[in-house]
Design a protein around this ligand. Structure first.
Ligand code: PMP
Length: 366
């Protein structure tokens, strides 16, 4: 067998997957043990897939310690589809939804919700170029709002809530696309949690939605006008098998869930993620050559964003780091600079390699 060379993949998503998961997929790709067909070939109505789906859900529930009054849905359309499904299912006529605006993805969620109903922006850090998430005291919540929507980790700007804001009795909807299952999550404080799988949980093509039963009631109330495929209630009643789900992505997510459980669960993963991020931020803070773009109290453990003294140096940094096997460090095109996405499966050796590269680069160019 030729030696396989893997670079360090700092991409924001789709992102690095655990090597043991890739190896298992490779081993079983031609024929699933006991099935004799590839996961790419089997019917979504087969016994084999039913059990893969049930096991994936059981493992999602175990990992997230999801209480029984929540349903776990395996959907498509990405987190972007949730920007529409959330208001279409939960925001009734005459009601208002509160949105906390902390970055490009919140903006997109707000834009879609406005097409459905009344939206109030409860807080925005746009004036600060989204370099932080708002403090509790900055929130202006509408009394009786249908829900409050927030983005727990801002993938592009590199900011993250360190704790959930208090929204009282109002249902909380959380876009956790870029930090789902990277640390313990208090599901009971939420009404809906959603996330695209392609950062911390698996390959692209699958979106996990965790929805409380009372929100399904709201969804049922809209059944007459809601397109069937956009109804939480329909997907819940059909165990995510109303239509053909992304069979391969569900299978791969199941393997990642097993890998996370084997790591010791979310507490253990959080400790590893904290240590990885701390190493990188320590290097950024060590010298004035690198400048972290997020305020320290809002720094993300998942997407570490930083700048260099000039755009010319930034271009060189991207070029030379790529050549050194550190891939995907260029920041999002809307903000520039660098971004190191270091999700669950990103190995600590990759952080050490980046820190070493940063020291070397500063010595040569600083
Ligand atoms: N929300 C956040 C926080 C994201 O990071 C992303 C994708 N990067 C999205 C939503 C959109 O996700 P998708 O591409 O799965 O629609």
């Amino acid at each position: 067998m030729p030696t396989i060379h893997r670079v360090h993949n700092f991409a924001a998503g789709p992102a690095v997957l655990p090597l043991p998961v890739l190896e298992e997929i490779q081993r079983d790709l031609i024929a699933l043990p006991g099935v004799g067909m590839s996961i790419l070939e089997i019917s979504h109505r087969s016994k084999a897939f039913e059990s893969i789906l049930a096991q994936a859900e059981a493992d999602v529930r175990a990992l997230g310690q999801i209480p029984p009054q929540y349903r776990v849905l395996f959907l498509q359309g990405g987190a972007s589809m949730q920007f529409s499904m959330v208001p279409m299912n939960l925001l009734g006529p005459g009601a208002t939804a509160d949105y906390i605006d902390t970055g490009s993805w919140s903006e997109k969620a707000i834009k879609e919700a406005r097409k459905v109903g009344a939206v109030q922006v409860a807080a925005s850090t746009k004036a600060d170029h989204y370099t932080r998430v708002p403090a509790q005291t900055e929130l202006t919540l509408s009394p009786g709002a249908a829900y409050v929507h927030l983005t727990s980790n801002n993938t592009i700007e590199g900011t993250q809530y360190q704790r959930l804001p208090d929204v009282g009795e109002t249902p909380l909807v959380n876009d956790t696309s870029s930090d789902m299952f990277s640390r313990p999550i208090d599901v009971a404080r939420h009404a809906v949690i959603y996330a695209g799988a392609q950062k911390n949980m698996g390959p692209a093509g699958l979106t996990i939605v965790i929805v409380r039963e009372d929100m399904l009631e709201r969804s049922r109330g809209r059944q007459a006008t809601l397109p069937t495929m956009l109804s939480y209630a329909v997907h819940a009643e059909n165990q995510s098998l109303y239509n053909t789900p992304p069979v391969f992505s569900v299978y791969a997510l199941g393997l990642v869930m097993k890998w996370l459980l084997n790591q010791g669960g979310l507490g253990a993963i959080a400790a590893i993620n904290e240590r990885k991020a701390a190493k990188l931020y320590a290097e950024i803070d060590r010298t004035a050559f690198y400048r972290g773009t997020a305020e320290k109290s809002s720094r993300s453990l998942m997407n570490v964003t930083f700048r260099l003294p000039t755009e010319e140096l930034e271009r060189l940094f991207v070029k030379e780091s790529t050549a050194a096997g550190l891939d995907g460090l260029k920041g999002h095109r809307s903000v520039g600079g660098m971004r190191a996405s270091i999700y669950n499966a990103f190995p600590e050796e990759g952080i050490d390699a980046l820190v070493a590269f940063m020291r070397d680069f500063e010595q040569k160019r600083g």
